[in-house]
Design a protein around this ligand. Structure first.
Ligand SMILES: Cc1cc2nc3c(=O)[nH]c(=O)nc-3n(C[C@H](O)[C@H](O)[C@H](O)COP(=O)(O)O)c2cc1C
Length: 204
C-alpha cells in the first residue's frame, strides 16, 4: 500500500467524498492500466458505501472499466495540492491518443502507482490522500444517457496524517496534503478552513 495509508471503516467511507474533492479514476483491463482526472464524483450511500462518477464515452478509462464486464472494478484516488500538475496532466492527456500516457506521465509528471492488493494492474496512485476500490453497479441506461456510473466501494484507505478518527483533519496537517477542488482549466481551490456549526445530530 502507499505510504501512510490506513484502512477506513465502511461506515466512514462516505466522509472521504463529502467535501467534493476532484479525484483520479484508475482502471485496468487486458494488461493495460490507465487513470484520468474526474471532478464529477460524489458519495451516494452510507453502508454499504456507494458513489457516482461521470465518465465520458471518449475516455480510455471508461473503455477499460466497461471491458471488465458489467461489474468491473475501478479505483478512485484523492489527489492533493502537491499533485495539481499531475491531475491536470492525467485530465488533459488521453490514452486513446497517447497509448503510453501512463509511462509518459511517469517521466514527465512524477506519476507513481502500485496495484491494489490481489488485483494486479488496478492502480493506487501514490502521493494521494485517500484510495477507494469500487465495483460497478450496472445501470446501462444511466451509463449510456448520462455517462453516470454507480459503484459500491469495497475497500478504502486514507492517509493517516490527514484522516484519522473517522474524519478529515486538514487544518492540522501539511497544506500540501489538502485536497483539490476543480474550478476550470488548470485552476483549483485547496480545501479550506473548518467551519463548525452546533451539532444537530446529523449523521454525515
Ligand atoms: C480537473 C479535471 C477534471 C475532470 N473531470 C472529468 C469528469 O468528471 N468526467 C470526465 O469524463 N472527464 C473529466 N475530465 C477529463 C478527463 O480526465 C480527460 O478526458 C482524460 O484525458 C481522459 O483520459 P483517458 O482517455 O486516458 O481515460 C477532467 C479533466 C480535468 C483536468
Amino acid at each position: 500500500m502507499p505510504a501512510h495509508a490506513r484502512a477506513v471503516p465502511a461506515d466512514r467511507i462516505h466522509r472521504l467524498l463529502n467535501h467534493g474533492p476532484t479525484v483520479l479514476v484508475g482502471a485496468h483491463h487486458g494488461g493495460q492500466t490507465n487513470a484520468m482526472a474526474a471532478a464529477w464524483a460524489c458519495a451516494l450511500d452510507f453502508t454499504p458505501p456507494k458513489l457516482t462518477v461521470v465518465l465520458d464515452k471518449a475516455t480510455c478509462t471508461r473503455a477499460l472499466i466497461e471491458a471488465e464486464g458489467g461489474q468491473g472494478r475501478f479505483t478512485v484516488a484523492l489527489p492533493c495540492v502537491a499533485q495539481a500538475a499531475l491531475v491536470t496532466a492525467l485530465g488533459t492527456t488521453s490514452a486513446v491518443e497517447v497509448p503510453d500516457k501512463m509511462e509518459r506521465l511517469q517521466s514527465e509528471a512524477g506519476l507513481r502507482w502500485q496495484s491494489v492488493p490481489g488485483h494486479a494492474g488496478l492502480p493506487l496512485i501514490e502521493g494521494c490522500v485517500a484510495w477507494l476500490v469500487c465495483r460497478v453497479l450496472p445501470q446501462p441506461a444511466l451509463q449510456q444517457a448520462h455517462d453516470l456510473f454507480l459503484a459500491e466501494v469495497e475497500q478504502a484507505w486514507a492517509d493517516e496524517r490527514v484522516f484519522h478518527g473517522g474524519r478529515w483533519h486538514f487544518e492540522t496537517a501539511d497544506p500540501a496534503l489538502r485536497t483539490l477542488h476543480h474550478v476550470a482549466g488548470g485552476h483549483y481551490y485547496a480545501i479550506g478552513e473548518p467551519v463548525v456549526s452546533p451539532d444537530r445530530g446529523t449523521r454525515a
